[in-house]
Ligand binder design. Sequence first.
Ligand code: FDA
Length: 387
Amino acid sequence: MQQIDVVVLGAGASGMMCAATAGQMGRQVVLIDHAERLAEKIRISGGGRCNFTNLYVRPECFLSANPHFCKSALKQYTQHDFMALMQKHGLSWTEKTLGQLFCDQGSDAVIALLKAEADAVGVLWRMATQVFDVEAHPDGGFIVRTSRENWHCQSLVVATGGLSIPQIGATGIGLDIAKQFGLQLIPTAAALVPLTFQPADLWGELAGIALEHSAASTADITFREAMLLTHKGVSGPAILQISSYWQPGQAIVIDMLPGLDDEAIFPHAGRDKSVLNLLAEHLPRRLAQAILGDEVRPLKQLAPKEVAALLQRLHHWEFIPSGTQGYRKAEVMRGGVDTNELSSKTMMARKVPGLFFIGEVVDVTGWLGGYNFQWAWSSGYVAGMNA
Ligand code: FDA
């Protein structure tokens, strides 16, 4: 049995941040991961350019049964702290939209940064290593049995991420460890995920149509971003965002022309034009045609209540999705280890001293746009300071 201060399970975003931070605190750390390669999710993130944080990180951009839980970690390690770390490593970024920062040197550079930080403080790496089981050691601390060696550690940090994209190594081990130690879980579901319609073929002919501006709403939240019609349903940023809030059976409302008033859509000066031509000034023609069906009249021939009904359809397209495309297509998992079980200041389990949970396995889910990585950095840092 090897003795070590800290075992971190999962060499992804939060695990590497945690290991480097704990090493800087003078702790001896081993990072264990079953994957061959480090941090596959960072590698594929942001289309290979890693949307590593957001300028406007704030607690309201995170879903959790306890919306206050994320505040402490986000304050202890902010987006500006990670930007400073990027600068220290000579990395630069570009803001794409809505405060989303992408690494100019690509995702691999972010992985190399985290690896360099961990290497600088002597973190041990155990990649391609199966974790067989973990248990409390009778003399304190934990035993971690792996395909290479067994470890006895004082602190065990679970950073094994969520269930999305099982094809690159996501597993439920973090949830299983939480259950094993008697911690409550908040039910999990795919989030930041395309929504589906039944029957899918009804939508097939509209597949590929993009709306640059749309507003997607459920009961109490609206996202104004682009959306896309697909062969299976709807996707694109506005839909991914709303999917995190959507519950099965609930309706989604789409405003296809958000912010445009009646006169902007059907101007008095356009009375002689066909409604199709007027709509096609704001929407892809194929979509306008699908909405209007056989309607070919000029605007002036439509009765006011017909115009009103049309405007209602454009601003209030309501449907109930049949489901989501699931974990295979989801960017993240929502739900996870109940935050009531953890200290928000340290990420340590209240009833199991020395056991920490960080990153996506915890019931804190960020919006699309760099928020999930910021949660990984912040929660990883906090656990690293305390493990
Ligand atoms: P993460 O998934 O990073 O790491 C978990 C690690 O645990 C992995 O290395 C895995 O191999 C390991 N592991 C799992 N099971 C194990 C087991 N049984 N034994 C040993 N090791 C195990 N977010 C964002 O903010 N900006 C973005 O641009 C994107 N883009 C993006 C694209 C795509 C396609 C996806 C799927 C996700 C994103 N995300 C994102 C989300 C982001 O990648 C995610 O929230 C973080 O990586 C979560 O960090 P964690 O450290 O919690 O898990």
